[in-house]
Write a new protein. Structure first.
Lengths: 146, 334
């Protein structure tokens, strides 16, 4: 059998991804995390003076929650069900950093944990900054032109 | 060249025997359907070690120790120790070898390592280069995840074709002095690459390698699948097993009921292990546990072990290369 024929055979016989089920779970889990974030924001809104301060507190709390759940080995179980619903919110970002820190701790604090903590979060930061730059550039140009 | 049959098969007229063997599996494998086939089930997969790499090394050493003890064999009476694992520079095997001082040959065939070892051990014995050869391999879920995939606690959603690396070790002592199942043939496979690139579905990538080796073995020995009570492939997983059956069915082979797969069978449905087990230890513990029990209890007389290995590296995957695969077949008789 030729490679192309076999690739076609594999394609035709691969287990289908349960897209609808995955999307539903992502919606539920992602929605729950965001609802929790909103609750924290509402509480923070009472204690903090400005909206910016309140959202900073909320982010810190959500990161802490993501980190603690990762440390206790719970967050990967949530993500197994929730998929992108667990990966996209900031708790998921905290999980990428914490899980890498835990994983590479055994190679030492400096060249292990220190060097590899951002091995998964790194690209998110790099392309987050890049896309922020591009959007800002477009905005500046548009405002200047019109 | 009287020890060769056909293109790729070696035949062992002296019939080296598996004198003794020992299998260790982790707690998850110990809850699977083959729990009773294994010699030892670990209470946990850490064993008070600082790193999973140390744990993997320790379980390999435990299996070596117990295998040697069964026939009161001293390490200095073992002429060769053949071993390999999944880690960079096969360190679990080399560190374990450094503990015992046996002449060591490190081998790598990913998850096919164990059959490669059995075949090479038989060659050394048949050629009178050794009286006793020890073969071993180990793998650990956590070390393999770190070597090939992501941090353990990362938010990853697994898909149906993902396999779960078996935590365990399998060691066998081969020689001529005692009773035990005989190695009659070995067919070392060629590397087969069908151009598949999905490292999340290694079963489909490995199936053509298994097919190629089994087909060559049957041609070389003029046997059919039905001449074997069991043809145990390892670790194709459910997806790979399905693809292998399709390949056989396309060429109208009879006796597909003889095909079993170590990876597909080591976990039960409820264990959420995706397509099944993988890892160097998978076929080792299934062979030395399940198959040897079949042969000992006369439920099978002749078995073909077909260990499959996906010879990719994390680097080649990132660079967009395909997955080269290999399979080695070993014929065992009671």
């Amino acid at each position: 059998m030729k490679p192309k024929e076999y690739q076609k055979l594999v394609q035709d016989n691969s287990p289908p991804r349960p897209l609808l089920k995955n999307m539903l779970w992502a919606f539920l889990v992602g929605g729950l995390i965001c609802t929790l974030g909103q609750v924290v924001l509402n509480i923070a809104g009472r204690t903090e003076n400005t909206k910016a301060e309140a959202s900073a507190v909320t982010l810190a709390v959500m990161i802490l929650i993501g980190t603690i759940l990762t440390a206790f080995g719970v967050y990967d179980e949530i993500a197994e069900k929730g998929g992108a619903g667990a990966a996209v919110p900031i708790t998921g970002f905290a999980n990428t950093v914490t899980s890498a820190a835990m994983e590479f701790r055994r190679e030492g604090l400096l060249l292990g944990m220190g060097a590899k903590m951002f091995i998964i979060a790194g690209p998110v930061i790099v392309y987050g900054i890049l896309s922020g730059f591009i959007v800002t550039l477009v905005k500046a140009l548009v405002l200047k032109l019109f | 060249m009287s020890n060769r049959l056909g293109l790729q098969t070696l035949t062992f007229s002296k019939r080296p025997r598996l004198h003794s063997s020992y299998t260790i599996v982790g707690p998850i494998e110990g809850k699977g359907p083959h729990a009773l086939d294994f010699d030892e089930i670990l209470p946990d997969d850490v064993l008070e070690q600082k790193t999973p790499e140390k744990t993997e090394r320790l379980i390999l050493e435990m299996a070596i120790e117990k295998t040697l003890r069964q026939r009161n064999t001293k390490a200095e009476d073992v002429n060769f120790f053949l071993a390999g694992d999944l880690l960079n520079q096969i360190t679990s095997s080399t560190f374990a070898a450094s503990t015992y001082g046996m002449p060591f040959l490190g081998i790598y065939g990913a998850c096919s390592t164990f059959a490669q070892g059995l075949g090479l051990a038989s060659v050394l014995l048949e050629g009178d280069f050794a009286a006793q050869v020890l073969v071993g391999t180990a793998s650990h879920y956590q070390t393999a995840e770190r070597q090939y995939r992501y941090p353990i606690e990362l938010n990853v959603q697994h898909i149906a074709s993902n396999q779960h690396t078996v935590t365990g070790a399998g060691v066998a002592l081969l020689g001529f002095d005692h009773e035990g199942p005989q190695v009659t043939h070995a067919t070392f496979g060629t590397v087969v690459d069908m151009g598949l690139k999905d490292a999340q579905d290694m079963g489909s990538a490995m199936a053509p390698a298994a097919f190629s080796t089994i087909k060559q073995h049957l041609n070389d020995t003029s046997r059919s699948l039905e001449d074997y009570d069991v043809v145990l492939t390892g670790d194709l997983g459910k997806q790979g097993r399905k693809m292998l059956r399709l390949l056989f069915a396309q060429e109208d082979y009879a006796g597909l009921d003889r095909l079993q797969d170590g990876g597909s069978q080591i976990y039960s449905e409820g264990q959420k292990a995706g397509a099944g087990g993988s890892g160097a230890a998978c076929i080792a513990v299934m062979t030395l546990g399940y198959v040897l029990n079949l042969l000992k209890s006369a439920k099978a007389r002749r078995v073909l072990i077909v260990a499959t290995g996906a010879l990719l590296s994390p680097l080649t995957v990132l660079q967009g290369e395909s997955i080269p695969c290999v399979a080695h077949a070993i014929a065992l008789e009671a």
